[in-house]
Design a protein around this ligand. Structure first.
Ligand code: SF4
Length: 388
């Protein structure tokens, strides 16, 4: 996939001076400021794409990552009532939701006992009866079945509730989970850190500072994590840059984040269905601005079950270097909100072809981006004919 090189923009005498300064900073690997971040929202997509693509190329060359994982969602019963959430059900409506038993969950893991997956991703609703001890024991049993598997589990929202209910500090709660086999944290629950906007879309769950404190504590305990950002609802550019700024600062301090994942607001079946979804152009701008602003996050991920495999493929030209994994259809978080992929499942072969079709080099990774398999020279049947 070819994008215009930054030098072409710099040789254009009509380039706006703010954008010229930003482009020069990107070339010199200098950090852009908060105000420059906001200014980027006025730039056009081709300019943003060229900057983001330059940064991606500097970090990763042509390497594009994916992993083989499964998602386990123990329950969608949740004590909270986030307005954008189409997935959860309050306890009083529990007949509309699900509560998997421990045995159901372990059977799901056993189903993949012989499969070459490297990660189990466990997240769900915040169930009032599934607490710290329950989950610590669950992880221990998962690890007894698959000692080799990486367990990435529980958003900061779930962890905050678990720790408060168990009356332990974040440090003690995370240490217990780590001792039982939890390896890292996913990036969910961050939504948008600006307190006013957060108050309007999810006012009852953990605060922005609690979210950041939990991730900082995890990093200090040697548990890496990811970070997300929910965009395309009632926020403005300054709220998005503020969100990224707080993450960038924490990353400067701990270095514990692997990946930044912008998540598109979807308006299906939730309390914000009156808000129109943003366009693909806005999605690609968001990936590009994220790549430019988050200069200390090594990876930028497009979550293909949410935006669809075609947009995810396109995002590779706008700063993205990771398109997540082959996911079993056990994740309902996004499909219930009207995401593109109603049964999100891609085989490894399909993912590899999707990456190669845009001229990139597919690498199967583990959660920590160690190479599991390099697909550069592995040619699947019909691949040549279909890569054009
Ligand atoms: S987004 Fe998470 S915390 Fe909020 S209602 Fe949904 S499941 Fe619960």
């Amino acid at each position: 996939m070819r994008t215009t090189h930054i030098s072409s923009f710099l040789s254009d005498k009509n380039l706006n001076s703010d954008f010229r300064n930003i482009a020069q900073k990107v070339i010199k690997k200098e950090r852009i400021t908060f105000n420059e971040g906001i200014r980027l929202f006025d730039a056009d997509l081709s300019f943003l794409g060229s900057l983001a693509n330059h940064i991606r190329q500097e970090w990763h060359g042509d390497k594009t990552y994916f992993n083989r994982n499964i998602h386990i969602e123990p329950t969608n019963i949740c004590v909270y009532d986030c307005k954008f959430c189409a997935y959860s059900r309050l306890l009083k409506h529990k007949q509309e939701g699900w509560e998997a038993s421990e045995e159901d969950i372990l059977n799901q893991v056993r189903k993949y006992k012989e499969q070459p997956i490297t990660e189990i991703h466990i997240v769900g609703g915040v169930h009032p009866k599934m607490g710290l001890n329950y989950f610590a024991n669950l992880i221990k049993k998962v690890k007894e079945i698959r000692p080799d598997i990486h367990v990435k589990a529980f958003t900061a929202v779930e962890l905050d509730y678990m720790c408060r209910k168990a009356k332990v500090s974040y440090k003690d709660g995370l240490s217990i989970l780590k001792k039982h086999g939890q390896d890292s944290l996913p990036g969910g629950g961050a939504e948008i850190f600006d307190e006013k906007i957060r108050g309007e879309i999810c006012n009852d769950k953990c605060t922005s500072s609690q979210w950041l404190e939990i991730h900082e504590t995890a990093h200090n305990l040697g548990m890496p994590s990811n970070a997300t950002m929910l965009y395309g609802h009632i926020e403005e550019p300054r709220h998005l840059i503020d969100h990224m700024e707080r993450l960038r600062k924490l990353q400067d301090k701990t270095g514990g984040f692997n990946t930044f994942i912008p998540l598109k607001f979807r308006n299906g079946n939730n309390q914000m269905s009156n808000i129109e979804e943003v366009s693909i152009i806005a999605d690609l701008k968001m990936y590009s601005i994220s790549r430019i602003y988050m200069d200390n996050f090594p990876h930028l991920k497009a979550y293909w079950p949410m935006i669809g495999r075609d947009t995810a493929q396109l995002s590779l030209g706008f700063g993205v270097n990771d398109i997540d994994g082959t996911i079993d259809d056990t994740t309902k978080i996004y499909s219930m909100a009207g995401a593109e992929e109603q049964t999100p499942e891609l085989t490894t072969e399909q993912l590899v072809k999707l990456i190669k079709a845009v001229g990139r080099h597919p690498i199967e990774r583990d959660t920590l981006y160690n190479v599991v398999k390099d697909y550069k020279d592995i040619i699947f049947e019909n691949e040549k004919e279909r890569s054009y």
